[in-house]
Design a binder for this molecule. Sequence first.
Ligand code: MN
Length: 321
Amino acid sequence: MSNLDRRPVPSLCGGRGFVAAEPVRELLSPRKVQLGGSTEVRRLLPNLGRRMVGAWAFVDHYGPDDIADEPGMQVAPHPHMGLQTVSWLHQGEVLHRDSTGSLATIRPRELGLMTSGRAISHSEESPRSHARFLHGAQLWVALPDAHRHTEPHFQHHADLPRVTAPGLTATVILGELDGAASPGTTYTPLVGADLTLAHGAQVSVPLDPDFEYAVLSMSGEAHVDGVPLLPGSMLYLGCGRTELPLRAESDAGLMLLGGEPFEEELVMFWNWIGRSQEEIAQAREDWMNGTRFGEVKGYDGAPIPAPELPATRLKPRGRTR
Ligand code: MN
């Protein structure tokens, strides 16, 4: 998905300074972002108090929206660089097209993983004939310096590994959980997992104490390390944990996001992650000139123009404000 905010605030993140070395329970409230029309998303990352969790640098939660009589998601071609996008659905489907020629329909609990590397463009839309409800999350993973200029590519994995325990089914989206590894390519040590909990479930999920973690609630009511979490909110958990206790007060859907704290400092603007003002300005110029980011074929509509750069200079800084 594109960051469709027409006045995006530059986000300066990365660096080790603000990682919680010890377990914490920090509730992150969503910021509501209007995506045009009636579509509204809840933005959890970047957040006022926290920009990243491991290499996870962007998290939007959307739906469930009733799109029975509507076109649904219509995100025209837009560019990315320096990141991977993860499309994750609980309901509905998204048709993905990109400038490498990919054409894929992503369905619930399938991984759509796009590695932008140095430059890619893509569109995302609800297919003409679609399910009534659309519910999902759009996430970005920052690429480390050694890999951020890699060739762009897209992976679609419909069959992901699962880990089960009484009352819990965990689908491994990226990285590894309890010995089960996702086939999705990663460039820093991280994990993303979808946790489906049955009403009344009381389970513990094994964690890596060197990772920092957060949990996003997608549906239902679950207590995460004792903290009640409602859909559209996220709990930051810090580092130093070997397990995470969960209790479901209803059937519930969560996303577990974690990773080694991301050391590099970043400049994030619109749909790009770079390291300097100059890089971002160059990306903007290239997109507006129609160079470098390729062409998305088959989308019925014009590409999204880049917003103006802010008057103030973008400088990379720490992970939080
Ligand atoms: Mn996008």
